[in-house]
Design a protein around this ligand. Structure first.
Ligand code: 26W
Length: 854
C-alpha cells in the first residue's frame, strides 16, 4: 500500500511539473503558491475529467431519468477539500506535498470559499449534491455564478461592516466555461400572437431585451471506495462574460447605469436571509435561473430522445424554495411554443416534473411579486400564470362552491400581488417541508387550504448533512476514531454509525474521545489567537481574541443572526453568568467559553443591534479580571463554511434555541451533534427528530415553550413579558443593566441597547412585545445551562453522552435525505458509472497522454 502510494505520488509530481511548464510557464523552482495550487488542481482534475466524461456517457446511453435541482444559492466550501476527500486522496496529497516540500495547509488552500449563498438553504443544496453524486443519482444542479458572493463581515467596534467578497479574483480551476451551452433569456417586449400546430395560441416576442446566459460547469464528485465514481454537474449561469449583454444604445443615450444592467445581472448575491424585498434585479435573476435552466433541461433531453413523448418520464425538476418557481410557467410556455403541446398537456407535464421544497414559514420570507411589474417584465410568463390561476380558481370553486373567501385566500394572484408559493404548490407534483414539525405546520397552518384540497401532494423529507465534509474531512481525528472501531462503512452509509454504541462503556474510547475534542479545541484556539481580530470603531485591528484554555467548555452558536434564532437569549444568559461569577467567585462551576458567529442581513436593523449587544457584553466580561478566567464571550468574525469546519469539531455545546415553530429544520444542529457536541435545544425543527433518535435519556438539555404553546399565546395575545420581568430578579437585573446604559460606551451602543429593550418589553400598535418569546424561555434556558455545568464536571459521563449522540445521528446524513427524495418525490434510480464506458475513456486518455511534437 505504502509503496503503491509512493509510485502514485511520483506520478503526480511529474504531472504537476508538466502543468507548471505547459500551463503556467514556470518551473518548480520559481512557482509561486498560486502557480503551484493551479498545477496541482489541474493534475487532480485529470482523473475527475475522465470520470465526468464516462458518467455523462453512461447517463446518455441509458437514457436515464435525471434530476434537475434548481437553487439560487450554494455554499459548497472549498472544492479542493471535498474533491481530495471524495477521491480518498488525502494521504496521497499529503505525501506529495511532503516530497515537494510544500505546505499542505497553506498552498493547497490557496482557494477561496465560494459564498454563493446566505445560510441554511445554500449549504443544504451543497450537501445534497455531494450525496446525489456519492449515491450515484443522475443529477444536474443549476444556480447562478455571482461575481460577489455573500459579503465579508468585519466588526468595527461592535458594528457590522460589509465588504465585497471578490472570490473570483484568481482564475478558478474547478470550473469550465461552456460556451456551446449558452442560451438567451428574454425580458419585457411586446407579445405577438401565433398558433402552434395544435391550433393553440402561443406568443412570440418583439422589442424584447435579450440577455445571454453563459454556464460554467463544476464537477461534483461522488465518494468512492474503488476506482469508479460518478461525477455530476453543478452548472452556474453568468451574464458577465457575454459582451452582447452590454446595451450600447442606452449608453449612447447617456443612461450609463442602465447600459450595464444585464452584464451585471449576476454580479451580486442578495444578502437577505428569510427576508423578501421585491427588487427588480432579484426578479431578473430569478427568471434568468428559471429560463436558462429550463432551456438547458429541454436541450439535454432532446440530445438523447427523438421527440418529447418521454419528457415527463425522464425529467424531474426540484424547486428550492420559491426563488426558481418561474420555471413552472417557463416550462409550460416552451412546451406549447416550441413543441406544440396543448395547454392541458403542457400543464400536466409541468406538474408531473416539478417538486417544490419549502424552507421557511416566516411571513416576511414568502415571496410576492407585483402583478403589474411581472406583466411588463415577463409578459408571456405572466399570461401563463394568469391562466394557471384561472384554472386553479375554477377547481377551487368546483370543490368548494360558494366559498369565495377561500378562493381569495388560495388564489395565486391577489391584491395586485403574485404569490409564488401558491404558484409552486399548484404547479408541483409534491410539496415538502424539511423536518417533521415543519411539514406539520405547513399542512395545518401555512398551507392548510392547499392541504385540504391536495392532501397527497404534501410530504416530509427531513434535511441531512454530508458526513464526508462534516466528519471525514473536517474532523480527521474523529473519523479515524470511528473507522478504527466500526470500519469504513459509515462514510457512505451513515446508519452504520449506530455500531459505535457498543463502545459506550469502554473507558479507553471515552478518554480518546475527550482527547480528540481537546486537540480540536487547541486548533480552534490557535486560529482565534492568530486570526480573529478585535477592531476599533474605524476598523483598525487592536488585538486578536484571547480564548480561554482548552479545558473550558466550548459553547457555540453559529448561524445567521436572526431574532427567531435568539442569539439575544444566549447573550442575556452570558450576562446572567457574569453577575453570578462576580457575586460568588468561588462557586465551583466549569470554565465556559461562549462563541457566537454569524452574519446579519445588511438591512436588518434589529439583527445589527443584537451584534452590538453581544459586543458590549463580551467587552464587559472579557475585560473583567475577576471573571475572565472563568467565562468568556467571543464573537467570531465573518462566519463561513471554512470557519464552520474549524469550530464544529471543537464544540462541546451546540445552541439550537430558536422560538419553537420557527426554525424549519436547522442543519448546523446535525453537524454539531455528529461531531460530539451536546445540544441545548428547543423542541423545534429537526431538533425534535434528533431528540427522538437520541432518546430523552441521552438528550438532557431540552427546554423551552412548545410550538403549540407559542401558537396559542400568539393567537390569544396572552403573552406578557412584563410579568416575567417584574417577577424574576435575575431577569430584571440583566434587562435593567441594558436599560441603564452602563454597558454602552457610545451613543450608538446606547441606541442599540434601548432598541432591544423596547422590542422585549413594549408593544406597539402592530406588534406585541417580545415577539420571539426570549424572556419567556430565558429562565428555562438558564436552568438547562445549569444542568450542562453539572454534567461537564464529570468528563467520562459527558463523553458517554457525546458518544451516544454521535452514534444516534445515522438518520441525519444527507444520503438518507436524498434516498427519501428519490423514493417519495422523484422516483429516481441509482445509476453507477458504467465500467466499460470508463475503460474506454481511460484508454483513450492513456493513448493521447504522451503528446510530443518533436
Ligand atoms: C427571498 C428571501 C429569502 C431568502 C432565503 C427567503 C428565504 C430564504 C431561505 C429559504 C431561508 C433559509 O435558508 N431557510 C433555511 O433552510 C434550511 C434548509 O432547509 C433549514 O435548515 C433552516 O431551518 C431554514 O431556516
Amino acid at each position: 500500500m505504502e509503496l503503491h502510494l509512493e509510485v502514485q505520488a511520483e506520478m503526480i509530481i511529474r504531472k504537476i511539473k508538466h502543468y507548471l511548464i505547459t500551463t503556467m510557464g514556470v518551473t518548480l523552482r520559481e512557482a509561486t503558491p498560486e502557480d503551484f495550487y493551479k498545477a496541482f488542481t489541474l493534475t487532480l482534475r485529470e482523473e475527475i475529467m475522465i470520470n465526468w466524461a464516462a458518467t455523462a456517457r453512461t447517463y446518455y446511453d441509458r437514457q436515464v431519468r435525471t434530476l434537475y435541482y434548481l437553487c439560487m444559492e450554494y455554499l459548497p466550501g472549498r472544492f479542493m477539500e471535498s474533491n481530495i476527500t471524495n477521491l480518498r486522496a488525502v494521504p496521497l496529497v499529503r505525501m506529495v506535498m511532503r516530497k515537494m516540500e510544500r505546505s499542505f495547509e497553506e498552498e493547497l488552500f490557496f482557494e477561496s470559499d465560494p459564498g454563493l449563498g446566505n445560510g441554511g438553504l445554500g449549504r443544504l443544496a451543497s450537501c445534497f449534491i455531494d450525496s446525489l453524486a456519492t449515491q450515484q443519482y443522475p443529477c444536474i444542479a443549476y444556480g447562478l455564478r455571482y461575481q460577489y458572493g455573500i459579503f465579508d463581515q468585519e466588526i468595527w467596534g461592535g458594528v457590522q461592516v460589509e465588504r465585497p467578497d471578490p472570490w473570483l479574483l484568481h482564475e478558478n480551476p474547478w470550473e469550465l466555461r461552456r460556451d456551446i451551452h449558452a442560451v438567451s433569456v428574454y425580458y419585457a417586449g411586446k407579445e405577438v400572437a401565433q398558433k402552434n400546430a395544435k391550433g393553440e395560441e402561443v406568443f412570440d416576442l418583439a422589442d424584447y431585451e435579450e440577455v445571454r446566459a453563459l454556464p460554467y460547469d463544476i464537477p461534483i464528485l461522488g465518494y468512492h471506495e474503488k476506482g469508479a465514481f460518478n461525477v455530476n454537474t453543478l452548472r452556474l449561469w453568468t451574464t458577465k462574460e457575454s459582451p452582447k449583454n452590454f446595451q450600447l444604445q442606452r449608453f449612447n443615450a447617456g443612461l450609463l447605469d442602465q447600459a450595464g444592467e444585464n452584464t451585471g445581472l449576476t454580479d451580486v448575491l442578495y444578502p437577505n436571509d428569510h427576508h423578501e424585498t421585491g427588487k427588480r434585479i432579484r426578479l431578473k435573476q430569478e427568471f434568468l435561473l428559471s429560463s436558462a435552466s429550463i432551456q438547458d433541461i429541454v436541450a439535454n433531453y432532446m440530445r438523447a430522445h427523438h421527440d418529447m413523448s418521454l419528457f415527463a418520464d425522464k425529467v424531474r425538476i426540484q424547486l428550492n424554495d420559491t426563488h426558481p418557481v418561474f420555471a413552472i410557467a417557463e416550462l409550460v410556455r416552451v412546451l406549447m411554443k416550441d413543441h406544440d403541446f396543448s395547454w392541458g398537456e403542457a400543464c400536466e407535464v409541468a406538474r408531473t416534473c416539478c417538486g417544490y421544497t419549502n424552507h421557511t414559514i416566516l411571513q416576511e420570507a414568502l415571496e410576492e411579486w407585483n402583478q403589474n411589474r411581472l406583466q411588463s417584465f415577463l409578459p408571456r410568463q405572466y399570461r401563463i400564470i394568469e391562466r394557471l390561476n384561472m384554472d386553479f380558481c375554477t377547481q377551487i370553486r368546483m370543490q368548494y362552491p360558494e366559498d369565495e373567501e377561500r378562493v381569495r385566500r388560495m388564489s395565486i394572484i391577489e391584491g395586485g400581488q403574485v404569490r409564488m408559493a401558491h404558484l409552486a404548490i399548484y404547479g408541483s407534483q409534491k410539496v415538502n417541508g424539511v423536518a417533521a414539525l415543519h411539514t406539520e405546520i405547513l399542512k395545518k397552518s401555512l398551507f392548510k387550504d392547499f392541504h385540504s384540497m391536495y392532501a397527497s401532494k404534501f410530504t416530509n423529507v427531513t434535511n441531512g448533512v454530508t458526513q464526508r465534509r462534516w466528519i471525514l474531512y473536517c474532523n480527521p481525528l474523529l473519523a479515524e476514531f470511528i473507522t478504527k472501531r466500526i470500519g469504513t462503512k459509515w462514510i457512505v452509509d451513515f446508519l452504520a454509525i449506530e455500531d459505535l454504541k457498543a463502545f459506550i462503556e469502554d473507558e479507553t474510547s471515552l478518554r480518546e474521545l475527550l482527547q480528540i475534542k481537546l486537540e480540536n479545541k487547541k486548533a480552534l484556539n490557535a486560529f482565534l489567537r492568530r486570526q480573529n481580530p478585535i477592531r476599533d470603531a474605524r476598523g483598525k485591528i487592536l488585538y486578536f481574541t484571547e480564548p480561554l484554555d482548552e479545558e473550558a467548555l466550548l459553547d457555540v452558536q453559529i448561524k445567521r443572526i436572526h431574532e427567531y434564532k435568539r442569539q439575544l437569549m444566549n447573550a442575556l444568559h452570558a450576562l446572567m453568568l457574569y453577575f453570578e461569577i462576580k457575586e460568588d467567585p468561588d462557586h465551583p462551576r466549569p470554565k465556559r467559553q461562549i462563541l457566537i458567529a454569524g452574519k446579519a442581513a445588511p438591512g436588518y436593523e434589529m439583527a445589527k443591534h443584537i451584534i452590538q449587544f453581544i459586543f458590549c457584553v463580551s467587552r464587559k466580561i472579557n475585560s473583567d479580571p475577576s471573571v475572565n478566567t472563568k467565562l468568556r464571550l467571543l464573537f467570531l468574525e465573518n462566519y463561513n463554511v471554512s470557519k464552520a469546519e474549524l469550530v464544529i469539531p471543537a464544540a462541546d455545546l451546540s445552541e439550537q434555541i430558536s422560538t419553537a415553530g420557527m426554525e424549519a429544520s436547522g442543519t448546523g444542529n446535525m453537524k454539531l451533534a455528529m461531531n460530539g457536541a451536546l445540544t441545548v435545544g428547543t423542541e423545534d425543527g429537526a431538533n425534535i427528530e434528533m431528540h427522538e433518535q437520541v432518546t430523552s435519556a441521552w438528550w438532557p438539555f431540552a427546554f423551552g415553550s412548545s410550538a403549540e404553546e407559542i401558537r396559542t399565546w400568539k393567537e390569544n395575545r396572552s403573552y406578557n413579558p412584563w410579568s416575567i420581568y417584574s417577577e424574576d430578579a435575575r431577569v430584571r437585573r440583566v434587562i435593567d443593566i441594558m436599560k441603564s446604559g452602563e454597558l454602552a460606551e457610545t451613543p450608538e451602543e446606547k441606541r442599540s441597547l434601548a432598541a432591544i429593550c423596547q422590542a422585549l418589553l413594549e408593544s406597539n400598535h402592530t406588534e406585541g412585545a417580545d415577539r420571539y418569546f426570549v424572556l419567556k424561555d430565558l429562565l428555562p434556558f438558564y436552568q438547562a445551562q445549569r444542568k450542562v455545568d453539572e454534567l461537564y464536571k464529570e468528563p467520562l459521563q459527558w463523553a458517554k453522552y457525546c458518544l451516544y449522540n454521535i452514534a444516534s445521528m445515522g438518520k441525519f446524513s444527507s444520503d438518507q435525505s436524498i434516498h427519501n427524495y428519490a423514493k417519495e418525490v422523484w422516483n429516481l434510480s441509482q445509476v453507477p458509472v458504467d465500467p466499460t464506458c470508463l475503460d474506454k475513456v481511460r484508454n483513450e486518455y492513456d493513448e493521447y497522454d504522451r503528446c510530443r511534437i518533436l
